[in-house]
Design a protein around this ligand. Structure first.
Ligand SMILES: CC(C)(COP(=O)(O)OP(=O)(O)OC[C@H]1O[C@@H](n2cnc3c(N)ncnc32)[C@H](O[C@H]2O[C@H](COP(=O)(O)OP(=O)(O)OP(=O)(O)O)[C@@H](O)[C@H]2O)[C@@H]1O)[C@@H](O)C(=O)NCCC(=O)NCCS
Ligand code: ADE
Length: 298
């Protein structure tokens, strides 16, 4: 993905938005997380069908986690709307992580989502406050403009995180770098894949599969690197590209071949948690645009 150097824009004086809009944006975030969780087959991940490559989490663990996050997304949306600097968002994120860990008994279900979806919600709040349309590209690109340098410069909350170890050992961007680049994978790969699949008239699960494999084919997912190393990531990207090249969601046996890959990922203990988060982010941005079109929410 193309490199993007963040330019910090001055934050305008704070603007309030109606609390209702924060609730609407917050609900869209939870709906997107649920949409990701409920979707099957997504190779290696937890779904209503099975626990994927995990022995420590189930669908119920994720539901408890989701419940713990329901006040976080409206709060970070309002903070974004009020022109908050990054440290304010970070404190909200750290508090949300604490609540998530308490709800799951110490299992990390949604740390990446708290970060990625949290930043997107804050940016959406900022758009709403400024009367701007909730346009997906613009919401992504505002993140480096408002908070890019601070995201890259912040002292890591977990200095020995799996993500930091993975990027130190194998290179490539992690969650921070994706955010500070304005989420090129969302703008250039995931959202176009979702829209094209819908235009072709596939069912919703097939559209999600097409989007998920498109993300898997390009993302430097630090969860995969952490558990399966560079060979594991190469395997995931190669197999995902092959699934798409065979016709993706348009192939008559798209479902069976996706289930076969699910088993192959599970056998290798591969869990693409970063790709799962970016699928949620795609659903969130798509949902906001649909809302803006339907209800005239700017
Ligand atoms: C900046 C942070 C996100 C920390 O990031 P870091 O890279 O240091 O570390 P991680 O703790 O590994 O968290 C990063 C999570 O981001 C997701 N992710 C992975 N790759 C990418 C990518 N290329 N782009 C975007 N996002 C990505 C992923 O989240 C999912 O995985 C989580 C499960 O992970 P893990 O515990 O490693 O799981 P297991 O495989 O089960 O581990 P083992 O059992 O094998 O040990 C799950 O949560 C998914 O959501 C990465 O894990 C951020 O945490 C941070 O700084 N927080 C402070 C608050 C803050 O700054 N907030 C800002 C405002 S919102
Ligand atoms: N459905 C899922 N399974 C495992 N890890 C995840 N991280 C985010 N969503 C996930």
């Amino acid at each position: 993905m193309a490199e993007f150097v963040p330019q910090t824009l001055p934050l305008q004086s704070s603007t309030e938005i109606a609390p209702g809009i924060s609730q609407v944006i917050g609900r869209a975030a939870i709906r997107a997380l649920y949409g990701e969780l409920a979707f099957y087959p997504k190779p290696g991940l937890v779904s209503p069908v099975d626990n994927g490559a995990h022995s420590d989490m189930t669908m119920a663990t994720f539901m408890r986690s989701l419940f713990s996050l329901r006040t976080y997304f409206p709060a970070i949306t309002s903070a974004g709307a009020a022109g908050a600097e990054f440290p304010v968002l970070r404190d909200l994120g750290i508090e949300a992580e604490r609540r998530m860990m308490a709800a799951t008994g110490g299992i990390n279900t949604h740390r990446g989502a708290i970060f990625n979806l949290g930043l997107l919600a804050a940016s959406a709040g900022r758009h709403a406050a400024e009367g701007l349309r909730l346009d997906a590209n613009s919401i992504c690109l505002a993140i480096p403009a408002f908070w890019g340098r601070a995201i890259l410069g912040a002292t890591p909350a977990q200095p020995h995180s799996n993500g930091l170890k993975a990027t130190a050992n194998h290179g490539g961007p992690g969650a921070r770098e994706e955010a500070a680049a304005g989420y090129p994978v969302l703008r250039m790969v995931a959202l176009p894949a979702l829209r094209q699949a819908r235009t072709r008239g596939h069912g919703e699960d097939a559209c999600l599969a097409e989007t998920f494999f498109a993300i898997l084919a390009v993302l430097n997912d630090t969860n995969i690197l952490h558990r399966a190393g560079r060979d594991g990531l190469d395997f995931v990207q190669r197999e995902s590209r092959a699934w798409l090249d065979r016709g993706g969601a348009g192939h008559p046996s798209w479902f069976t071949s996706a289930v076969r890959l699910h088993r192959a990922f599970c056998d290798r203990r591969i869990s693409p948690g970063g790709a799962a988060d970016l699928l949620s982010c795609t659903l969130f941005l798509d949902g906001l645009e649909a809302l803006a079109d339907r209800q005239g929410v700017q």
